[in-house]
Write a protein of this length. Sequence first.
Lengths: 317, 309
Amino acid sequence: MFNFIRLVQNENMKIFRRVGTWVMIGLLLLATVVSGLVFNNIYGDQEKDQWKEDLQKQIQQDQKMLQNDALAPNIRKQVEEEIKIKQYRIDHSIAPDKETLWGFIYDSVYLSSLIILFTIIVGGTSVAGEFSWGTIKLLLIRSASRSKILLSKYLSTLLFALAMLGCLFLFSMLVGSVFFGVSGWDSPHLMVEDGNVIEKNRILHIFGMYGLQSVDLLMMVTFAFMISTVFRSSSLAIGLAIFLMFSGNTVVSFLAIQKVEWVKYTLFANTNLSLYLEGAPLMEGMTLSFSITVLAVYFVIFNIISWIVFNKRDVAA
Amino acid sequence: MEKQPVLEIQGLTKTIGQKNIVDNLSLNIYPGEVFGFLGPNGAGKTTTIRMIVGLISISKGNVIINGINLKQNFEKAISCVGGIVENPEMYKFLTGYQNLLHYWRMTRGVSKRRIDEVVKLVGLKNRIHHKVKTYSLGMRQRLGLAQALLHSPSLLILDEPTNGLDPAGIREFRDHLRTLSREENIAVLVSSHILSEMELMCDRIGVIQNGKLIDVKNVREFVGGEQKQQTVTFAVEPVAEAQEYMQQHFSDHPLKMTSEGFQITVAREEIPHINARLVETGIKVFSIQTAARTLEDQFLELTGGEQIV
C-alpha cells in the first residue's frame, strides 16, 4: 500500500512538473475571468433595488402563459414552480441568484467541459506518453506490477480532474465576488418540493451540479485512457475523445428524435443524468437506474480493456 | 565449489507467428562477471534481454534471478535487477534528481540517501538539479546508470549501452562497469554488436545468431593464444624481390601481396625469423604489423559471415 501511494505520487509529479499542466490551469482562470466580464456586462448594470418590481412583472407574464391551454404539462409544472419561487423571494427579501455571486458560480459550472478537455489530454498522455518518450522501458522493469502502474496512472488522472474542479470552484468564487460583490453570500438555494418552496444549502447544491458534470468527465476520461493504452498514441486518444465529446450528444439526440430504439444503449444517451432531475428523459422508457446501469457497464468494459491490453503488451521497439 | 548463479536462463524461447525469434537459449551468469551478448542485428539479443526484464512475455522456458522465477514472482525477482534497455530515456521535463526520485519511489527498503550516493558514483553531482533536456548524451547515460544502480541490484542488464557515445564516453562507461563488477560483485549482462568494445569489457562472451546461442567462451580464449597463427603485414622494398624470396622460402604459408609489401599468416615466433632472413637478403624492412586475431575474426568465423535470415 505504501508502495502504491508512492506510485501515485510519481504520476502526480509527472503531471504537475509539465508546463502544459500549468497552462491549462491558467486557461481555466482566464476562461472564468472572461465569463465574469461577460456576465457582469449582462447583469451588472441593473439597479440593485429594482429586482422586486422586476419579479412582480415576471410573475404576471408567467401567469399569462399558464392561461394557454396548449402548454405541455412538464413546462406548465416548471412555470408554476418558478412563480412560487419568485413569490417566495419577494416575501422573504431574497435577491435572485443572477444578482449575486452564486448565480455566477452556478453558471461557471458549464466551464467544466473545459476541464473534461484538459483531463482527456492528461489521461491520454499518461500511458501513451511513456511509450512515445521511451520511458516505459525503465518504468516496467521495477518491482511494481503492471496492474499497479496502470491503476496509479488512472487514479492520478482522476485526481487531476478533481483538482481542476476544485480550481474552477475557487476561481468562480473569486471572480464572482470581484464582479458581483459578496452580498447575499449567505442566501439559501430555493427549490420546490411537493408544492412547497424549501431552502437548501448552497454548497450541497453546487456539489450536486459538479457531480452531474463529473459523470460525463469520468466516462470521457476512461474512454481516452483506454484508447491511449490500446493504441499507444496520445494524439489519437485525445482527438477521438474530443471528437466524440462534441459530436456524440448531437448524433444521439438526432437518433433519439428519429426514435431509433438501440440509441438508448449508447454511451452518450446516458451521460446527461440531469435530464431525469428535470423529468424529461431522452427517450421514453429510460429511467435513472437504467442509465446508471448502462454507464457502469461501459465503465467496466473500458477499464477491463485497458487493463488486459496493458498487462499483455510486449514492449518491443 | 560451484558458485550460485545470479541469473539462470533455461530453454528460453520466444515465438512470434511461426518463427522462433529466440530459440531454446540456456545460460548461467555468476556474481562478479561481465557477460557479453554478441550478435549481428536481428539475432535476438534485444528480445532475450527484454524477456529477462519482463518487457516481453516468455513463450517457453524460465528466467530465474537469484533463485526466484520471474514468471511466478515478477515483483520480487525483478527487484534484484537494474537495467538500461537501449538508450536511457528519461523524463526530459524533470531534473536528473527528480528522475532518480521517481525511480527511488518504486523501490522498497532503499534509503533516500542512496540517491546522493549513486549521483556521486556516476559523477553527476554538479548537474543533477538541472533539467534532463539540457543533458548531453553522455550525461544521460550516466543518469541511466545511476537509475539502474539505485536499488543496489545484484544483476545489471545493459542493452547496447554505448550506442551513440563518443570514444571517451565509451571508455568511461567501460571503467564504471569494471569497477562495479569487481568491487560490488555485481553480475553484468551486456549486449552489443560492436566487437572491439566487447573484447575490452567482458569476461565471457556468448555469440547469438538466429536466436540460438552458438558459442560461449572466455574472452582470452576467444581472442586467441600465442600459439595461434597471426596475420602479419610487412612493409618492404623492393616489393618484387621480397615476393620472389618469400615464395621460395616460405611457400607453405598463405601469402598476399600488397602495394607496399606483403601479408603473411604465420605463428608468432616465426615473425623475427622472417625479419632476420629478409634483412640478410638485403631487403629493406620498414614496418612489421601484427593484426591480433581479433574477436571480429572469431566472430565472423563462428557466424560464417552469414546473412541475417
